[in-house]
Design a protein around this ligand. Sequence first.
Ligand code: KIV
Ligand code: NA
Length: 270
Amino acid sequence: RRPISLPRLAQMRAAGEKIAMLTAYDATFAAVADAAGVECILVGDSLGMVCQGLPSTVGVSLDDMAYHTASVARGLHRVQGTAWLVADLPYGSYGESREQALRSACQLMQAGAHMVKLEGGGWTAPTVQFLVERGVPVCAHLGLTPQTVHALGGYRVQGREGVAAQQLRRQARELQDAGAAMLVLEMVPAALAAELTAELAHCHTIGIGAGRGTAGQVLVLHDMLGMNLGRMPRFVRDFMQGAGSVRGAIEAYVRAVKDGSFPDDQLHAW
Ligand code: KIV
Ligand code: NA
């Protein structure tokens, strides 16, 4: 298998093949996910909850992200993995200035990331452009943005009303124009996510709780293995059911994303 690259992802999109993304935080799970056929691995700041037992992603530091990114990158290297490696810029590591964002992004790229992800729209567009111009591929993230959970008032669906949907659409366009090559849409109505996907030809939408109309899907690894310290979000499916092994569960996830049987718009979306 050839390494996954941005041109390869664009090819998949053109051919109508869905992109399967999953989080991983350590070498072994990253290697298993890669072997199971996951194209994109996200070292998400969800590691705050999953690995560190924090109440939200707000407490995760840039050094924490670099540590887990390096672990995942080494795991992929050990098995000659082909996955595209995305790492989250954590809370407080990119909002101060474009220069701060670039410095933080470089730390994650040097730890082995191929792309960095940052949350929010509007003010983030110039930051995205600044990074992209300097050779850092960027994934944006709109809808429910967990780093701003306290400002949003909880983990709830975003972009439901007309005004909010219009703002989301405008921000998504700005982010594509700024050069974002990927866009995570979290907890937005399925119809809106599908519309955005059709509008954004150069920016691959990856949905989580956003219906089946996106170019790809992402889940938190531990959630889809049926392990969660809190309440399981409605948009998750437990792929361990009937799978027999972690590798088997991840293979089932990849299959379900590719054949469109996950997510089910009735069960997993709004
Ligand atoms: O941190 C994370 O795991 C994420 C995904 C859920 C998109 O940002
Ligand atoms: Na995240």
